[in-house]
Write a protein that binds this ligand. Structure first.
Ligand code: FE2
Ligand code: FE2
Length: 157
């Protein structure tokens, strides 16, 4: 599995969950809670494999994208803190949907920057074989991802 293909597949999975959240009824509290729990699991796992494997490799291979990598880590930072707050927030709280909406806006912006600006630069600089190896390592590392959002390194960035 090519690393960039794997990451884009994750992005699609999360986007589908975002759409389900946006389509859920205003009073669908239990469904919204479940969706946020699933979104949290997906995003924490994704952030973990990016931060542990893809970001450092891309930074080393394409040093001119270092600023982009650092900004991306800061964006993860905001996302994991929001996820940690959502964990303890009751879905009937008036801020619950507001917080998820801002989370979704943040992640969509982040994904767009990764896919449009940065991944093409990485693909151009890193060989196909190496992207395959990175993808295999990331697929395996998913099993080691923490469940706690603040256990991801960027929480301290
Ligand atoms: Fe990311
Ligand atoms: Fe990503």
């Amino acid at each position: 599995m090519d690393a960039i293909v794997l990451l884009k597949e994750d992005h699609k999975t999360v986007e589908a969950l975002f759409k389900r959240f946006e389509q859920a009824g205003e009073r669908a509290h239990a469904e919204k809670r479940r969706l946020v729990d699933t979104i949290t699991k997906e995003l924490v796992t994704h952030a973990y494999i990016e931060e542990e494997i893809f970001y450092p490799a891309a930074r080393a291979k394409v040093p001119e994208t270092t600023d982009h990598v650092l900004e991306s880590i800061e964006e993860h930072h905001v996302v994991v803190w929001m996820l940690s707050e959502l964990k303890d927030l009751d879905p009937t709280d008036e801020f619950f949907t507001a917080k998820v909406t801002v989370l979704i806006e943040n992640v969509r912006h982040h994904v767009e920057e990764e896919e449009k600006d940065w991944f093409p630069q990485v693909r151009a600089a890193v060989g196909r074989k190496e992207l395959q190896e990175l993808g295999e390592r990331m697929a395996k590392a998913k099993a080691d991802a923490p469940s706690e959002p603040l256990a991801v390194k960027s929480s301290k960035a």
